[in-house]
Design a protein around this ligand. Structure first.
Ligand code: HEC
Length: 140
């Protein structure tokens, strides 16, 4: 009996240590945020800024009617888009909405794209994140 419960306990411990923990209240893990940070710097920061703040005047188009890169840090409207729409924007860029953002479908795989989304969502306040989560859940 004792041996059996010890064995169960060890198996339980093993299962716990293999389980990847998500950041409390969020869908992603700390590892995804960490790898997303580097990928973001290499691919996105040139337009969206190192800290995701991009252009404060993101609602104002330039003289040619082109919109500047919006902030991804939760201060603009990125949180209005469910996860699959965010991913789709990264894959295809902005062309389908008349935008100028390039698509990354050929350079970033699904794992990398999710890591980048995790990184910029880690900049969002809990309030913005929970509003996004409601929108995201509605689309599932
Ligand atoms: C060459 C500049 C440029 C690069 C590089 C770039 N973007 Fe963008 N991004 C834009 C612009 C400009 C927009 C506004 C829509 C448009 O014009 O396509 C935008 C829009 C977005 C949106 C929609 C935001 C919203 O509020 O609806 C997301 C999400 C996004 N970019 C993520 C990324 C990610 C992630 C990367 C890196 C993998 C990236 N962008 C790289 C310029 C860029």
């Amino acid at each position: 009996m004792r041996l059996t419960s010890t064995l169960f306990f060890l198996i339980f411990l093993g299962a716990c240590s293999n389980e990847v923990q998500t950041v409390p209240g969020r869908w992603y893990t700390a590892q995804q945020v960490a790898s997303g940070a580097g990928l973001y710097k290499d691919n996105c920061a040139v337009c969206h800024a190192d800290d995701g703040s991009a252009t404060v005047e993101w609602r104002t188009p330039d003289a040619n009617g082109i919109y500047p890169p919006p902030p991804l840090n939760g201060s603009a409207h990125t949180w209005h888009h469910p996860l699959d729409v965010l991913d789709n924007t990264i894959v295809n860029g902005g062309a389908e909405f008349g935008g100028v953002m390039p698509g990354f479908g050929n350079t970033l795989d699904a794992k990398d794209r999710l890591a980048i989304i995790a990184w910029f969502q880690s900049l969002w306040t809990d309030d913005i994140y929970s509003r996004w989560k409601k929108i995201d859940e509605r689309t599932q």
